[in-house]
Design a protein around this ligand. Structure first.
Ligand code: B16
Ligand code: MG
Length: 215
């Protein structure tokens, strides 16, 4: 019996990857190397400091921890200059409709995101009130594929992992859901998210009826 849905944020409900890309690219250019959209794929679903390490690996440079933290903070300020101006029309197609349909069927909703900026984004998109629990990058110590973020979500909602369905666009996120003993719907392509129980191209392809067929 499915009692709850846990949503990743970036790549599922909203596309913030392009803002992350602009901010990381500007930092790379400042440091004297190129950062492409293909490189940016490696940062999806990955924490901020791990992203910083991958960026420097691409540039073939390394810095002491304090310097990396300072650079990541600067990148975050640039990124926040975009997300603090986001509008509800940036919500990915079908997301609001699907969430409303779930609520109508008494399904609980939680967010399970690596982002420390998740609350700012949900507020800008006017989605905060729909969520019964928000587990974001400020509340977890282990990154996906560790299931911590989703297990904390299930706990906050008062449901068992096997009563949850996770929606994820990153391979590590799908692995995290499965490791937590949850069902998973991949948002993207089966080539990358093949381990998920179902793969759709976006939440516009989801319905309560499709969700029910997962059990
Ligand atoms: P922040 P998700 C992730 O969000 C992004 O996909 C990833 O690119 C980003 O590095 C990470 O959040 C941390 O974000 O710098 O805002 O804390 O997909 O887990 O919702
Ligand atoms: Mg994501």
């Amino acid at each position: 019996m499915i009692k709850a849905c846990l949503f990743d944020l970036d790549g599922v409900i909203v596309d913030t990857a392009r803002y992350h890309f602009i901010a990381w690219k500007a930092l790379a250019e400042e440091l004297g190397f190129e950062f492409t959209e293909k490189d940016n794929e490696r940062l999806k679903g990955v924490s901020r400091m791990r992203s910083m390490d991958i960026l420097l690996e691409i540039g073939g440079i390394d810095f002491p921890r304090e310097k990396k933290e300072e650079l990541a903070t600067r990148k975050n300020e640039h990124y926040r200059s975009f997300i603090t101006k986001m509008e509800p029309n940036e919500i990915l197609p079908g997301s609001t409709e699907f969430i409303k349909e779930l609520k109508k069927h008494n399904i609980k909703i939680a967010l399970g995101s690596a982002s420390k900026n998740a609350m700012t984004i949900l507020d800008r998109l006017q989605l905060t009130d729909w969520f019964d629990a928000v587990i974001d990058g400020t509340k977890v110590s282990k990154a996906k594929p560790d299931p911590e973020v989703f297990l904390k979500g299930a706990e906050a909602l008062g449901v068992s992992p096997n009563e949850c369905v996770v929606f994820e666009d990153a391979e590590a996120g799908v692995e995290a859901a499965l490791a937590g003993g949850m069902k998973c719907v991949g948002i993207g392509t089966p080539e990358i998210l093949g381990n998920a129980h179902l793969v759709v191209s976006g939440l516009h392809e989801m319905s309560f009826e499709k969700l029910s067929r997962l059990q």
